[in-house]
Ligand binder design. Structure first.
Ligand code: HEC
Length: 101
């Protein structure tokens, strides 16, 4: 029984990093994927209409530019600064980077 609890603790603590990534994935799916697509390719109706770039191939923006775009908006993309915390935005930038193949 004790062993089981210890194991459970290890699992919970060990997955904290993964949980943050999963959060960013969920935020992305809920707020960004309608334009940028789940995989970041921009292959959606909205994405094509607005000229969203394919982030699986090209990420010419810096972390600071990405942060600024997410916070304050860029072109037809509105800012999410009022909706997302700085930590959320930071996690999203890292998530976007992970979408590049
Ligand atoms: C209404 C459609 C739309 C939504 C929703 C949207 N974007 Fe964008 N996004 C755009 C457009 C249009 C651009 C400008 C063209 C480009 O760079 O692909 C852009 C640009 C970007 C850039 C590049 C910034 C730069 O300086 O080049 C990043 C990073 C980005 N979006 C991330 C996100 C994230 C993260 C979310 C969700 C929180 C999101 N976008 C939601 C349409 C959208």
């Amino acid at each position: 029984m004790k062993r089981k609890i210890a194991l459970l603790l290890v699992t919970v603590l060990g997955s904290a990093g993964i949980a943050a990534a999963a959060d960013a994935a969920a935020t992305w799916a809920a707020n960004c994927a309608s334009c940028h697509a789940k995989d970041g390719s921009g292959n959606t109706m909205m994405g094509k209409k607005l000229g969203v770039k394919d982030y699986t191939k090209d990420q010419s923006f810096s972390d600071a530019e990405a942060t600024n775009a997410i916070k304050n908006g860029k072109d037809k993309m509105k800012g999410f600064g009022s909706k997302l915390s700085d930590a959320d935005i930071k996690a999203l930038v890292a998530y976007v980077r992970s979408l590049k193949k």
